[in-house]
Design a protein around this ligand. Structure first.
Ligand code: GUN
Ligand code: ZN
Length: 434
């Protein structure tokens, strides 16, 4: 038994569809009991200390005890090209992304990047991520092996592309089906791993490939299907040229069996009314990638409008299109984008999106995303005074949310006091050579 004491972030419902005050609280004298890798009790520190006198106590004082952050859309292979200058989506893919993804054909390089990425993510308090790999099956093995060595709950899949990508970075409809199936059978449900069928996006898949992957998904409906949707206007115009018969971008997926409750679409900025209706009806999730959307110049997602339609929303870095590994930085960018659209997201909503919201978008809400007893004990401890700039503001706070918000807006890896993975305090691992 381990007892963590501090200020506990407690979510009992969705603050994007219910007033946040009704479903989110912070207990300033809270405690979380961990047993056998799971949260087994949550409540007042005084009561829990008395109830579990033999538990090992970690007193975090005024630190905020949060569920571990969940990054619902990331490209781990792009770790080494984060913050590459001067391009928008299609040029950025061709100039920076594809040459780097080519390098992951070398399993040793893939292993080194997977380890480097996971250590960086953990440094920033992220305990679960849903990642794209590259077209190389070895890049999936590298990721799940490195995640398993760290005990992490993760989702990933082989990125499939059979056109509009350079030689060496293309598969075929048949090999995408075969390789994805082999990887899915190897990894889905293995320890804490889940497999996501992963066509990159319509421009890099033929109809044949989308059909093959749609068929694979129909054979394995408990897997997620992740892809990109309506991120940037020139991309949407390109999709229109490539699929002249499609009603809209979503229809290029829908026509191939790639719309359903376990679909997870990244970006979804420039949606047509029909697309929003269909996504809501299907129960599919959308993932907001705010640092990417400003960095690559994509646009401003309508988070409030989509949430009002009860579409499940996740939050994500989209590293390396996104410009940060930090979910704190990502929450700050989400706040700023919402401001530009005339809504102020509350810190309770931002923290919820980065934890329970993202977990729900990945259908992992039964396992992770809150501090509710029964959940796996993935926990991130936030120091609310991690730098002088933050400390001088949070020390003048009138309530807990004023104390938390400066860390959301200005915090980075220095704010991550500790990370707990399945009930064990994280020990940083040596980055692999390479
Ligand atoms: N659309 C297709 N591939 C990508 C990618 O790697 N990053 C982003 N941001 N958008 C994409
Ligand atoms: Zn992406």
């Amino acid at each position: 038994q381990t007892l963590l004491l501090g200020q506990t972030f407690e979510a009992r419902g969705n603050p994007m569809t219910t007033p946040w005050e009704e479903v989110i609280t912070v207990n300033s004298g809270g405690a979380v009991l961990i047993e056998a890798g799971r949260i087994s009790d949550l409540g007042d520190a005084r009561l829990l200390r008395r109830a579990y006198p033999d538990a090992t106590v970690h007193d975090y004082g005024h630190h905020l005890i949060c569920p571990g952050f969940v990054d619902a859309h990331v490209h781990y292979p792009q770790t080494a090209i984060i913050a590459s200058w001067g391009k928008q989506l299609i040029d950025w893919l061709n100039t920076y992304t594809f040459p780097e993804e080519m390098r992951l054909s070398d399993p040793a390089y893939a292993q080194a990047i997977a380890a480097r990425y996971l250590e960086l993510a953990l440094d920033h308090g992220t305990t679960t991520m849903c990642s794209y790999a590259t077209i190389h099956p070895g890049s999936v093995d590298a990721f799940f092996t490195a995640a398993g060595a760290r005990g992490l709950r993760t989702v990933a899949g082989k990125t499939c592309m059979d056109r509009n990508a350079p030689e060496g970075l293309r598969d075929t409809a048949q090999s995408a089906y075969d390789d994805s199936k082999t990887l899915l059978e190897r990894w889905h449900g293995q320890g804490r791993a889940s497999y996501a069928i992963t066509p990159r996006f319509s421009p890099t898949s033929t109809s044949e490939q989308l059909s093959a992957l749609g068929a694979l998904w129909a054979e394995h409906p408990d897997c997620l299907m992740q892809t990109h949707l309506s991120e940037q206007l020139p991309e949407i115009a390109w999709v229109r040229d490539l699929f002249p018969a499609a009603r809209d971008y979503l229809d290029t997926y829908e026509a191939h069996g790639m719309v359903g409750p376990r679909a997870v679409y990244g970006h979804a900025i420039h949606l047509e009314p029909r697309e929003k209706d269909r996504i809501a009806e299907a129960g599919a999730a959308l993932v907001h990638c705010p640092t990417s959307n400003t960095f690559i110049g994509s646009g401003l997602m309508d988070v409030a409008g989509l949430a009002a339609r009860r579409i499940p929303l996740g939050l994500a870095t989209d590293t390396g299109g996104g410009s940060s590994f930090s979910m704190l930085h990502t929450m700050a960018a989400a706040y700023e984008i919402a401001q530009l659209r005339g809504t102020a997201l509350h810190p309770a909503q931002l923290l919820w999106l980065a934890t329970a919201g993202s977990a729900r978008s990945l259908h992992l809400h039964g396992q992770i995303g809150t501090l509710v007893p029964g959940q796996e004990a993935d926990i991130t401890i936030l120091d609310l005074a991690s730098t002088p700039a933050i400390a001088q503001r949070s020390s003048a706070a009138n309530d807990i949310w004023e104390a938390v918000f400066p860390t959301i807006m200005m915090g980075d890896d220095r704010a991550i006091a500790d990370v707990w993975i399945k009930g064990a305090k994280r020990v940083a691992m040596e980055p692999a050579p390479g």
